[in-house]
Design a protein around this ligand. Structure first.
Ligand SMILES: [Zn+2]
Length: 86
């Protein structure tokens, strides 16, 4: 009797999809709008959430202190804004 023990190890890769970290329920810490940027802060496990507007507003400072960013602002629907800052 032959033991054909072929352990077929299917390497089920748990996709660490960082492009889908932010949920629609995540809100900007500053204004409560939908958050599109997550900032990994050294002193905050939860990190900080920002809408595109507030992230850009604080971007320079944040880049100095943050460990990492997840920027999903590309997900924002491009809408013709009535009050374009330009
Ligand atoms: Zn905001």
């Amino acid at each position: 009797m032959e033991l054909t023990d072929t352990v077929d190890e299917e390497t089920v890769e748990a996709p660490l999809d960082l492009s889908d970290v932010l949920k629609i329920t995540d809100r900007c810490d500053q204004c409560g709008a939908q958050a599109f940027i997550w900032v990994n802060m050294p002193n905050s496990k939860a990190g900080l959430l920002f809408c595109n507007h507030h992230f850009r507003k604080n971007e320079t400072k944040l880049r100095e202190v943050a460990i990492d960013f997840i920027d999903e602002s590309y997900k924002i629907n491009k809408k013709a804004s009535a009050s374009s800052p330009d």
